[in-house]
Design a protein around this ligand. Sequence first.
Ligand code: SAM
Length: 293
Amino acid sequence: METLTPQWTDYELLDSGDGKKLERFGEFILIRSEPQAKWQPALPALKWEAAHGEFVKRSRGQQGEWKFRKPIPKRWMMQRKNLKFWVLPAPSGHVGVFPDQACHWDWINEGTKLAAGPVKLLCLFGHTGLATLAAAGAGAEVTHVDASRKAVAWARENQSLSGLRTRTIRWIVEDALTFVRREARRGNQYNAMVLDPPRFGRGPDGEIWKLEDSLPELLEASGKILSERRVFVLLNVYATVLTHERMEREAEGLRSHLRRMLGESGITITAGELALEDAAGRLISASVFARVP
Ligand SMILES: C[S@@+](CC[C@H](N)C(=O)[O-])C[C@H]1O[C@@H](n2cnc3c(N)ncnc32)[C@H](O)[C@@H]1O
């Protein structure tokens, strides 16, 4: 299994330990919980105390909250290569970017540039749009689907911020499976796909997304709208169970799912994990993926 860790200037995993991570997003430093960090922090307490804010978990079942020690703007801009995007400490504890995903953005951008002809990409569960914009920036025509109106509005702002307003992007607020089934009925096809589903989610009309039950259905439906002249397919899933052996098994599971979707037995599918490395060299696993070519 490959482990990919991204190169960044605007983001840094400064330290981890005591069940937390200390991260720099542009100029601002935030602390969030990190169950994998069972070790001791490498940096002195003073460095942790200098963070602008911390997302403090409440008891089980309750959402946490941000506690700020220093003034912080409501939102601020970050950049990676040609992508510019807004980040903000959201009530969920997320900030609008998953920095580990930068490895996928590079791969999507390269895959689009290297394609022999036009790339028509379907990006499902596209969140704040960074995978979509990585492809659009390289010339792909993208259909971006997400259940959250807020996330899609945020993604559109990121499109403007990145100077990609003239690119062809269809922004769709819909349940991913409902959308794919409708595209199949209409006979619409795509030659590239990115699927980044959560473990659990809801469509805009309350449709329940539960990874174990919903993924096979979605992949079967997606296989029907994938053109024979495939450029690339990427399936990524955030990890919850975090031993290395378990990650390896999950990555293998995704590889089998993707192989079934593509219906080709001899095909080489890369499976791996995305991780972040702290300044002391310790790895925090984030997600598992399978992708082709
Ligand atoms: C794990 S995030 C995607 C991370 C993103 N690719 C990134 O790199 O920033 C999952 C996204 O799936 C969306 N979602 C959840 N359930 C959905 C559903 N049933 N249909 C479509 N989108 C859904 C959420 O709104 C959220 O934006």
